[in-house]
Design a binder for this molecule. Sequence first.
Ligand code: ATR
Length: 270
Amino acid sequence: MTLHHGVIGNPIKHSLSPMIHEYFANEFKLDIHYEKYLFELNNFSEQVKQLIQNNVTGLNVTVPFKTDAFNLADELTENAKLAGAVNTLKLEGRHLIGENTDGMGLVSDIRNNLAINLKDKIILIVGAGGATRGIIKPLLDENIKELHILNRTEEKAIELAAKFSQYGEVSGHGIKIDDFKVDIIINATSSSLDGEAPQISDKFYQNSFCYDLMYGSQTPFMVNALNNDANQVFDGLGMLVEQAAKSFEFWTGKRPDSKKVIKKVRERIA
Ligand code: ATR
C-alpha cells in the first residue's frame, strides 16, 4: 500500500524534504509518495482537508504555516504545546495529531552526529522568535548549566525566558550584553535572510561551538564565528535531516539512519 506524505510551505520549491524522505523510505523499502505542497497564505485548514481527502496521512509543515498547523491539530504532543508550533501532522483515523520535531532534531544532531556533550554547558541562543521557542525545552532537557537568550528586541527575549523558567536556568537579554562566558552559540535569528549576522559581541565566539539553524555553505553568522576564533562552526543541515527523521518515525514507527542521509544530502547540494 502506498503511503502519501508531503511538506507544506510557501515558498516550497527549494525544499530538501522530498529528497530526504526518499532516502528514508528506500532504507526500509517502504512505498511512500512524498510531495511538495505550495499552499496559499489563507485557508490553511481547507487546503489540509483537501489533502486528507486525497489520502495524505503525514505532513511536514514549514514557514509560514507552523502556527496554523498548531491551531488546526485535534491533539498536540507536549513538544508541540511547549514550542507553540507544529512542524509535523499525522492523521490517525479522523484525528489530526500535531508534533514538533525541530528541537529534538537539533539536539540529536549536536549530541549524536557532532558528538558534543550538552551536559553542564552554558548555551547562548540568538533570536527570540518561533525558531527559538521550538528548541528551548529540548535543550534544557539535556541538563545544560545555563541558557541565555539574546535578542535585538530585548523584551521578547525576557518574555520567552520567563515562559520556560520553570524548566531550568533560562534568562533573556538584549543583543549587546557580553558579561558572561559561553560554550555554545546557536543562531536562531532570520538575519541571514538579510545577508547579515546578528550583532552579538565578537567576544562570545572565541573557543565556542557555533551552530546556525539555517543551512547552506556559509551563513554570515558562520563567517563571523570563523573570523573570531570559534572552536567549531556548523550549519543546520544536520538538524534538517534529524527533524525529518523524527517526523518519519512519528509516521511509520521506523528510525532511519540519518547520519548516512546527512552525508548524501550534503554531497547532492554541494
Ligand atoms: P522565526 O520563526 O524564524 O524565529 P520570527 O519569529 O520572525 O522568525 O523571528 C525572527 C528572529 O530573528 C527575531 O528574534 C528577530 O529579532 P527581533 O525580535 O528583534 O525582530 C531576529 N532577527 C531578524 N533579523 C535580524 C537581524 N538582522 N539581526 C538580529 N536579529 C534579527
